[in-house]
Design a protein around this ligand. Structure first.
Ligand SMILES: Cc1ncc(C[n+]2csc(CCOP(=O)(O)OP(=O)(O)O)c2C)c(N)n1
Ligand code: SF4
Ligand SMILES: [Mg+2]
Length: 279
């Protein structure tokens, strides 16, 4: 009998320890995001033999390599396409996609909107650090106004995407956002997303401490993570907080939940009808 649910969460039970040390820079928010995911999976007692973690390319995409489950490290921008095929072929699997802001909103933007539109039962975690971390710090579709990156040496002039608004408009039936500073809240949100029967999109506000943080003089890694509370829920933190770069406060928690037909169910019913009429 599997006794994991009765045990305290120990992240080592869910990691490929032979892959350690991991490659993340000290303080990188992606490590906190991975911890939240593994903690949520533990609480849900998800069987590792029925868990598939699919990721794209990037520091965020690299996270799948450390999970002790079936993992697929795919091509840049395409994890949702791979995951869609996997989930349709194996509906019994819990399918989690880990992607970055560049991976899912730039090169993979088309795949994201169509995954939202279909509403196949999987969970997409978008680790938003506002930059292409892995390739040296280029601007991404979520880079905040005025920020310095290697491709915006005079400060970013493009507006930011609101990824959650995009996902909901495209049809995602569960949408949420959380910051890595609030680890238990993040774990709870990921847990809700996994249990939701449809396409769940969770934006995790992460931090690229080493490149983005350094270039924008955002302080040490702990200082960067603490800054996150200034970017959300302004009513909780007062007006004294300086928010020079973000266009406004990001709302966090569950932002949308819609009851929509799940694509796998409707696809299988459709196939059965077609087969029946051809007999
Ligand atoms: C087809 C293709 N184009 C470009 C790249 C180079 N590339 C690798 S990762 C990446 C950006 C990753 O940014 P993001 O998704 O935000 O992930 P992060 O590293 O910030 O977690 C790019 C452009 C690639 N690997 N393949
Ligand atoms: S480059 Fe940035 S995103 Fe990549 S591991 Fe380092 S801190 Fe994290
Ligand atoms: Mg990124």
């Amino acid at each position: 009998m599997d006794t994991r649910a009765r045990r305290e969460f120990d992240i080592r039970d869910y990691l490929r320890l032979d892959r350690m040390p991991h490659f993340l820079c000290p303080g990188c928010g992606h490590g906190i995001a991975l911890r939240a995911l593994l903690w949520a999976l533990h609480e849900l007692d998800v069987d590792k033999d029925r868990l598939a973690v699919v990721s794209g390319i990037g520091c965020s995409g690299r996270m799948s390599a450390y999970v002790d489950a079936t993992t697929v490290h795919t091509t840049h921008g395409r994890p949702l396409a791979f995951a869609t095929g996997l989930k349709l072929a194996r509906p019994d699997l819990t399918v989690i996609v880990i992607t970055g802001d560049g991976d899912s909103l730039a090169i993979g933007g088309n795949h994201l909107i169509h995954a939202c539109r279909r509403n196949l039962d999987m969970t997409c975690l978008m680790l938003n650090n506002e930059v292409y971390g892995m390739t040296g710090g280029q601007a991404s579709p979520t880079t905040a106004a005025s920020r310095y990156t290697t491709t915006t040496p005079q400060g970013n002039h493009e507006p930011q995407f609101d990824a959650c608004a995009l996902a909901e408009a495209a049809g995602a039936s569960f949408v949420g956002r959380e910051i890595t500073l609030q680890l238990p809240a993040l774990k709870n949100l990921v847990r809700e997303a996994i249990t939701h029967p449809g396409f769940s999109f969770v934006e995790i506000m992460s931090d690229c401490t080493e490149i983005y943080g350094r270039k924008n003089e955002l302080g040490s890694s702990p200082e960067m993570v603490l800054r996150q509370k200034h970017d959300v829920r302004p009513e909780s933190y007062g007006n004294e907080v300086e928010r020079p770069f973000r266009p406004g406060a990001w709302r966090t928690g569950v932002l949308a939940r819609h009851d929509r037909p799940e694509y796998g169910d409707t696809w299988r019913a459709h196939c059965a009808r077609v087969t029946e009429t051809r007999r």
